[in-house]
Design a protein around this ligand. Structure first.
Ligand code: ATP
Ligand code: MG
Length: 397
């Protein structure tokens, strides 16, 4: 294999091909942004029918580690990105030998492993000004025996493959910790102290290949049953001081990682206003979907610009916005097993409703089917539309 192409300074102009690892909704919205700029998009994904495959010009139907599939993607594209953080880092390394890959294997491998991620956050705390929650690696009975009382109650999280609150158990005592560790099959986990959260925010950051970075306004997130429920921007609780601190931390983190592309960093805000860094996603993020309708440049368009080594776009938000995730639950009335289409006609009667559906034809409870962003002249009006939509869709507001 030849030397990595990542140092090549040439911008990739339309109509060249851009590649994306993964066929989910993030890949779909990435493809739509790339295509609107005149690029052609190839998606690598094992499933034949997938949200991104439905819109891309080419689907390379292959496993995420399939050498022939990866080489086919690299042969077609001038740059490749990823839409999910559990893409094998080795696959990104292989692609990186052939084409420009952003983000690269290093950034993704740190973000996909909670131990590496915590270690990284601790290592750059002097620059970022933020620390993660107190934590301890749990891989044996001995580790459980040596857990200090100050870490309980806590949350036991699997080190890899956790998302939407999956792979997490809340434990109040050493006995519950023991039981949870066994219930998870004794895989290596991370125990985190349960912190008293006042609210949660995320900071969407983009760093270009030239090292310049931009940071979006801070988004305030509400989760329900472990899944993101709403994102509100500007967040009603966020103070100017908190926003400035979070944005400075994000800039330091993305630079320290030597990262190129969109990186979303989640923070906890505690009652005393202090910030704790939770985790980062090496890709566009659900809490950044509002940027499609409410900002000059969407997070997906930024990913295109970063990987194509073009100037990053302006992040200015032109309208207050509330994003509501649409889960499969709303296709089912009461306990009915028979899905029916939600009343989109009534939803689209709301003046600032922007509907995004991901082309998934089998609604299931808890499955992300799409999202709605409400934009308005004031945040209050956007929130009123959110409440009206919840009533229409049968969601408790
Ligand atoms: P997602 O994919 O939705 O981002 P995840 O499965 O990767 O989630 P986390 O973000 O680590 O997991 O945790 C999910 C949620 O659990 C957080 O948004 C927060 O509400 C809560 N949580 C996680 N860690 C802690 C903690 N140490 N103290 C208090 N609450 C926590
Ligand atoms: Mg999270």
């Amino acid at each position: 294999m030849s030397t990595p192409k990542s140092s090549s300074p040439l911008a990739a102009n339309p109509p060249s091909w851009l590649g994306v690892m993964g066929g989910g909704q993030l890949g779909r919205m990435f493809a739509q942004a790339a295509q609107s700029m005149g690029y052609q998009v190839a998606v690598l994904e094992p499933a034949r029918d997938c949200p991104a495959g439905q819109v891309a010009q080419r689907l390379v139907q292959a496993g995420y580690s399939d050498a022939a599939g990866l080489d086919a993607l690299a042969a077609q594209c001038v740059a490749v990105t990823t839409e999910f953080e559990n893409v094998p880092a080795d696959s990104l390394s292989r692609l990186g030998q052939q084409v420009f890959v952003a983000p690269d294997a290093h950034g993704v491998s740190v973000a996909q492993d909670r131990i590496a991620e915590k270690r990284f956050f601790v290592g750059c705390a002097a620059k970022s000004g933020v620390l993660p929650a107190p934590h301890k690696v749990i891989s044996s009975e001995t580790d459980i025996a040596s857990v200090g009382d100050e870490l309980l109650p806590g949350i036991l999280k699997t080190v890899r493959m956790g998302y939407d609150g999956k792979g997490q158990v809340r434990v109040r005592s050493r006995e519950e910790l023991h039981a949870a560790f066994h219930a998870m099959g004794q895989v290596t986990c991370l125990l985190e102290k349960m912190l008293p959260l006042a609210y949660e925010v995320s900071v969407l950051t983009v760093r270009g290949a030239d090292g310049q970075s931009v940071v979006y306004p801070i988004a305030e997130n509400v989760h329900r049953d472990g899944i993101l429920f709403t994102t509100t921007v500007p967040g009603p609780n966020i103070t100017a001081e908190c926003a400035a601190k979070a944005q400075a931390a994000a800039r330091a983190i993305v630079a320290e990682l030597g990262y190129v592309g969109v990186l979303c960093i989640e923070f906890f805000v505690l009652a005393d206003g202090s910030l704790v860094v939770n985790e980062m996603a090496p890709r566009p993020h659900n809490s950044g979907h509002y940027t499609i309708d409410a900002c000059v440049t969407s997070q997906f368009a930024q990913q295109v610009r970063a990987m194509a080594r073009l100037p990053l776009g302006e992040v200015r938000q032109h309208s207050p916005a509330v994003m509501l995730n649409i889960l499969g639950d709303i296709w089912f009335e009461g306990d009915s097993e028979q899905p029916r289409e939600p009343a989109w006609d009534r939803i689209l009667g709301l003046p600032g409703a922007c509907l995004h559906l991901y082309g998934k034809d089998d609604p299931r409870r808890g499955r992300k089917m799409g999202h709605l962003t409400f934009i308005a002249a004031t945040l209050e009006e956007a929130q009123d539309q959110l409440h009206a939509a919840c009533l229409i869709l049968g969601i408790a507001p």
